[in-house]
Write a protein that binds this ligand. Structure first.
Ligand SMILES: [Zn+2]
Length: 207
């Protein structure tokens, strides 16, 4: 409960501060409302689904990192969590418990060619498919390592890989032939962006 409340206050405080810096009084109010709602939702998830194991050093470390260095990622994840819950998604408590992440029961993408894709933003994982949980946890780890630089570094790589398909040179064209735009993105751009290449290589699933 205390951990959830602290998380909510830190998130609301951070967005309030950024809002004030960008737009004075109006910005402060907007920031406090956005961060207050998302922070309250995330704080509720921290208190009830208990993703952080406070009896272990790693749990405390993750919590502190998520509310300091990786706070921008945690904030985006909190907004993502809020949107998912509004849309009818639910917190999956079994996989959330002490995992360092808040996991949701449903993914946000429809299945593509029979494959269900989980989507991780900040510390929030949407979807359940045990074979790829290690991969998704890899993205959470990346966010904790790169902190405020994580999302910009990923977005820049997506933009570059889309406009300049450098990956075409080492792409496995026999296993993943690219003849349509959908495949260009899902089999070309997406798996070759640095954070995905890393997680597929280290955590799988094999592709
Ligand atoms: Zn991934």
């Amino acid at each position: 409960m205390v951990a959830g409340t602290i998380a909510a206050v830190v998130l609301a405080g951070a967005t309030g501060f950024v809002g004030y810096a960008l737009g004075a009084a109006v910005g402060l109010v907007v920031g406090l409302v956005v961060g207050g709602v998302a922070g309250a939702v995330f704080g509720w998830a921290v208190a009830t689904a208990r993703p952080y194991d406070f009896s272990a050093g790693i749990g405390i470390f993750r919590y502190v990192v998520d509310l300091t260095w990786s706070l921008p990622n945690t904030l985006i994840g909190a907004v993502y969590l809020t949107g998912n819950l509004i849309g009818g998604n639910r917190v999956e408590r079994h996989y959330s418990l002490h995992s360092g992440c808040v996991q949701l029961t449903r993914g946000v993408f429809p299945r593509i060619n029979g494959v269900s894709y989980l989507t991780t933003i900040g510390t929030v994982i949407a979807g359940v498919a045990p074979a790829v949980h290690a991969h998704e946890h890899g993205h959470v780890l990346q966010a904790r390592i790169f902190g405020p630089f994580y999302v910009p570094l990923v977005l820049v790589n997506y933009a570059l890989a889309t406009v300049i398909p450098f990956w075409w040179l080492y792409h496995d064209h026999s296993r993943y032939p690219i003849r349509k735009f959908g495949a260009y993105f899902m089999d070309g751009v997406y798996p070759h962006v640095w954070n995905e290449a890393w997680c597929y290589r280290v955590y799988g699933p094999p592709r």
